[in-house]
Each structure stands twice: as structure tokens, then as C-alpha cells.
Write a protein that binds this ligand. Structure first.
Ligand code: 13P
Ligand code: SF4
Length: 311
């Protein structure tokens, strides 16, 4: 039987043979984070994908993240451990529905801003992409004379409207993980840890965001926890984040935000990736991310615009 150590060695060996880089999101299981060349949020991962000179990118995250890496690197092989690692936000906004909406509302001449959690087909219909790490800056730079349509996350969109004062029409999508945190569940854990600070992801509902001391992207949570003046911090996001935070802020007592049903909250899409599947995708170079070149080119422009605007 393959031991965990053998599996790790096998992955490192295959990585060398393939001249591959392993990129992992902050929500991946601990072993994958530990073996990756880079672990970060959607924005950091997009920059890393843009910079790499490896032949193969093994992307441990969800499909839209691997697809973003492919859009930026059409000549590289991008593999992902599990093709079915999707995202409820991506599902909430099919490209055909967005195209139909824009056609019906043509006279509005919307400036379309898409949160990166969407398909390549949706990106191809947009003017600029944002992540949770740069949404405020990018919305502040949007043309003042055009109405904005923000897709697909209505919660993140509402937070950006509060922070920028810019009105936007919001697509009604949501993250099935982050909407599970409730005012009740967060108030209950705050009562248990009365000294604790609360940091929450902007995909949470307004009611939950209102209970947070800081709202930010997963990567920004690291500096926030490291610099926090108290020991107890309640982290209201997907539970994989705790692994990264425990490594980076070891002197803090990090408490996962609970839901009404559970002490912490997993994204089942993110957790579809395993060390075995990572080994297999490096060995077999499948599943790969592919898309029609015409869509790739149209999707690339708003991603590049984002990467330039958020430097
Ligand atoms: P970040 O870019 O903040 O890591 O968020 C990605 C995500 O999928 C949150 O659910
Ligand atoms: Fe998508 Fe939510 Fe999972 Fe992030 S946590 S990948 S937004 S379903």
C-alpha cells in the first residue's frame, strides 16, 4: 500500500519530470497546501499563473481558478486533480443567461464587472474581472458615466457598494458555503469568546458582515490575524483557511466560524481534490482545462485589465 510519504515523494518526482508548478488555494486540504509551490487567494494565484515559466500548471483549487490559469497560459498544459470541482457562484450565472440579460437590457450600456468566481464564457462577456482582494479598487476605477452590472455574487456586490458608494445592479448569485454562516451562529461563538475579533469573507451575508471587525479576502486574513492585538480570532470562511492561518499566525487562537448546524464549514468542491488525484493528474496529464480559442481571447482581456489595474 502507498504510504503518505511515498505519495508525497511520487508527486515531487512527477513534478520534476513534468517541469510542473503546483498552485493551491487557501481552502485546499492541508497536505496539498504543504506540498504546493504557492498557496494563496484567487488574485495571488492568477498572478502566479501569469508569471510561471513551467510547462505544466497543476492547479489545486476549483475549475474557474484553473481555467483562469489556462486563459493566461494558452500554450501551457493546465491540469486539475478533479474536473468536477466546481463552484456554486459559477453555477448561479450561466453564460447564456448573462448574454440574454445583456441583450434584453442593451439600451443600458452596462459596464459589466465579474467576480472571478465565474466561467470563461461569463468572463468573455465582461469588461473587467475582480477578486475579493481588489474589488473595491477596481470598482472605484470603473467609468463614472455608465451603469454597472456586477455578477454573480450579490453578497460581495453589496459589500463593494457599501465600501465604494457606487451603485451597481447585482446578479443574484451566492456562495453556498458562506451563506451558511448566520447572525445567530456568529453571535453564539462571540459569546463564547467575548474578547475575540471576527474576520469574515465578503461572500458572507450582510447580517454576518455587520458582526465582523474586518471583511477581506482569504490572503488578507493572514496579515490581519498576524497583526491582531488579541489572541482569539473567529475566522468566518471555509475551514481550509485555518490550516494556512495556523502556520502563519501560530501564536493566535484561531476559531473557525460555525454555522447553525456545524462547528466549521467546508466547501465540498474544494475538498474534491486529494493527494491521490494530484498524483494522477501529474502522471497522466489529465484532466486538462481546454476552451475554444475565440472565447479564451475574449475572456483574457478583462483578466489582464484586472491584473494591470490592481498592481
Ligand atoms: P479568495 O479570492 O478570497 O481566496 O476567495 C475565493 C473563494 O472561492 C472564496 O469562497
Ligand atoms: Fe465557490 Fe463558495 Fe466554494 Fe469559494 S467556497 S469555491 S465561492 S462554492
Amino acid at each position: 500500500a502507498t504510504t503518505a510519504i511515498d505519495l508525497k515523494e511520487e508527486i515531487l518526482q512527477l513534478k520534476k519530470e513534468r517541469n510542473a508548478v503546483i498552485l493551491a488555494h487557501n481552502y485546499q486540504v492541508g497536505e496539498i497546501q504543504d506540498i504546493a509551490d504557492y498557496v494563496g487567494d484567487s488574485l495571488g494565484l492568477a498572478y502566479k499563473a501569469q508569471e510561471t515559466d513551467c510547462d505544466v500548471i497543476a492547479f489545486c483549487g476549483v475549475h474557474f481558478m484553473a481555467e483562469t490559469a489556462k486563459i493566461l497560459n494558452p500554450n501551457k498544459t493546465v491540469v486539475l486533480p478533479d474536473r468536477d470541482a466546481g463552484c456554486s457562484l459559477e453555477e448561479s450565472c450561466p453564460a447564456e443567461d448573462l448574454a440574454a440579460f445583456l441583450e434584453t437590457n442593451k439600451e443600458k450600456n452596462y459596464y459589466v464587472i465579474a467576480y472571478i468566481n465565474c466561467s470563461g464564457g461569463v468572463k468573455a462577456l465582461c469588461d473587467v474581472i475582480v477578486t475579493s482582494g481588489n474589488a473595491i479598487d477596481i470598482v472605484n476605477k470603473a467609468p463614472a458615466d455608465r451603469p454597472i452590472l456586477f455578477v454573480p455574487d450579490a453578497n460581495l456586490g453589496a459589500w463593494v457598494m457599501e465600501q465604494t458608494g457606487r451603485k451597481m445592479d447585482l446578479w443574484q448569485g451566492s456562495c453556498y458555503v458562506h451563506v451558511e454562516f448566520t447572525q445567530n451562529s456568529i453571535n453564539a461563538i462571540k459569546e463564547e469568546y467575548p474578547e475575540a475579533l471576527v474576520v469574515a469573507h465578503p461572500e458572507c451575508t450582510t447580517a454576518v458582515r455587520m458582526l465582523a471587525d474586518e471583511v477581506c479576502s482569504t490572503e488578507k486574513m493572514i496579515a490581519y490575524c498576524q497583526n491582531a492585538p488579541v489572541k482569539d480570532i473567529i475566522v468566518v470562511t471555509e475551514s481550509g483557511m485555518l490550516h494556512r492561518l495556523q502556520k502563519e499566525a501560530p501564536d493566535k487562537n484561531l476559531i473557525p466560524g460555525p454555522t447553525d448546524k456545524c462547528a466549521c464549514n467546508d466547501c465540498h468542491f474544494m475538498k474534491m481534490n486529494t493527494m491521490e488525484k494530484l498524483r494522477d493528474c501529474l502522471r497522466d496529464l489529465t484532466p486538462t482545462v481546454e476552451m475554444p480559442e475565440e472565447i479564451r481571447q475574449r475572456a483574457e482581456a478583462p483578466i489582464i485589465r484586472m491584473l494591470e489595474q490592481s498592481k
